[in-house]
Design a protein around this ligand. Sequence first.
Ligand SMILES: [Ca+2]
Ligand SMILES: [Ca+2]
Length: 91
Amino acid sequence: MSTKEKILNKIQILITNSFDNPEEAFRFFDKDEDGKLTKKEIKALLKKAEISGFIRGIVAKKLIEGYDKDEDELIDWEEFKAAINEIEEDN
Ligand SMILES: [Ca+2]
Ligand SMILES: [Ca+2]
């Protein structure tokens, strides 16, 4: 399993174990309730998913680069959902 796969796997485990569905997870981590996840909010999610503090910053950056379709450097619900669907397909 690659590092990327391990990280995505941990995110999926977090969502499955701690939330009823991905939407609930998204709302939980969207602390300011603006409907978008900032890099800071994504890092909080990664912390909860037990991603090492040393790589959280770079992982958050990569996730934004990979899934931020409208390039506003934020992950909205549609982008988050697309990411989750991709993670689920890979498992
Ligand atoms: Ca937010
Ligand atoms: Ca975006």
